[in-house]
Write a protein that binds this ligand. Sequence first.
Ligand SMILES: Nc1ncnc2c1ncn2[C@@H]1O[C@H](COP(=O)(O)OP(=O)(O)OP(=O)(O)O)[C@@H](O)[C@H]1O
Length: 475
Amino acid sequence: MISILIIDDEVEIGYFLSRLFQSKGYHVKVVNSGKEFSEIDFSLEQFHVAMIDLKLPDANGLTLLQNLKQVQPTCKVMIMTGYSTIKTAVDAIKLGASDYIEKPFDDIDLLEKQVEKLLGSTCFSNQHHIEKIARESGLIVGNSRAMNQLIQTAAKVAGKPVNILIEGETGTGKEVLSRFLHQASDRHQESFIGVNCGALSENLLESELFGHEKGSFTGATQHRKGLFEIASNGTLFLDEIAEASYAIQVKLLRVLETREFMRVGSESILRTKTRLIAATNEDLKEAVKQKKFREDLFYRLNVVHLKIPPLRERKEDIPLLVQHLLQRTGTALSFSNSAIDLLQSYEWPGNIRELSNFVTRAVMLADPNATIIQADELPINHQTKSQVVASNTDKQESNLESYLKTWLTETLTTFEQKDEVKLDEVLAQVKELESQVGKSFIMRTLKDTHGNRKEAAKRLQITMRKLRYLLNEKT
Ligand SMILES: Nc1ncnc2c1ncn2[C@@H]1O[C@H](COP(=O)(O)OP(=O)(O)OP(=O)(O)O)[C@@H](O)[C@H]1O
């Protein structure tokens, strides 16, 4: 693990730097005086980079630099000085420092870059750290250039105190990416809380976000903290932000501008330090043009914009994703190369969520004695490359016909049998039919709308809530 030593008598600076570098997964040791420095056992602790303040109350930074270089010659040293002159900087560099930086730190980017540069010349790389966090967040980066670039950018902005807007079709991994951003930030030990703006009514969403006082509305029997309060030191993920009503948008804007809010039914002002990540599967800019989304809120949220490409545009990621999804089911099964080829020829309108459901079903249906799932066992009705129809067991889209036939045969057989029939079971079958028919229509429409759920719900004349319900997702 990369180790960084900070030597500074200003406790706040030590704290700030340790948070900054700990959030990158580095080990950080802070000492506040020459005395504390002399107490370090360098035979036990190896440092890759040391940041030394030139002015300490009981020691000269240049002397500490020399002492450190004697015991750990490979450690790179960055001098920090509030009284930077070319002379002291040149002196420090002559004595073995690799770089210097002026205090106060106006440009944290520059500071990070300078330290990364020093680390780059040691044996560790930032890439290693990004991969570790991605793994911990359940995010497979894959082999595509687009995803790799996206994750590099995400890693760079994760630690910055800026709002982030994630855009991507349904199931592309917006929530997974936001978890990665949280994990890669210095808030990773605080809470990460997500809320789906489309899944709650306006009143419920307001109370969920801001909390409420006892008696503020019918049913408010207790006072309740809102997510801006609960996740004050952490990250708040607002999924499907375009679904937030105009009134909620106004309230969100106020919190983002002032960091202040009030619980429903209260007049006391509360403060929040929540870091906000919003996600949308529709073009928010377009929603602004159509006056459905507030422009001022859009600009507040869109400080950093991360767009996740749909799976059909990064099919080279499918092998690694499939491997991950298989592991997630706990199976030892794998897919043959031709099976992977087949999966890569499908368009996946429901993106990784659809792929994930597909893998789970393929595992469930696999021959119990098999170790490899072959292409011809896959429930994909493969017509022409890149123009695949759909899966039988998904019972979605055009295979609806075969599902209906099977359903009808099974139901008629039950009807014709003379033994006792459990009507409840038959009715459960009818419910299943309703759900599968709904799902098929939705999947077909999602394909037509390129994954735009709102548009799909509009075309099918159902609410977003119903759409999600029929897809067996969050309600
Ligand atoms: N890069 C990825 N690596 C591994 N799994 C992923 C990745 N992206 C998405 N998934 C998986 O796909 C499923 C959908 O992901 P997620 O909920 O993050 O998508 P979403 O874009 O937020 O969906 P929605 O628009 O419906 O809210 C989850 O099971 C998630 O674990």
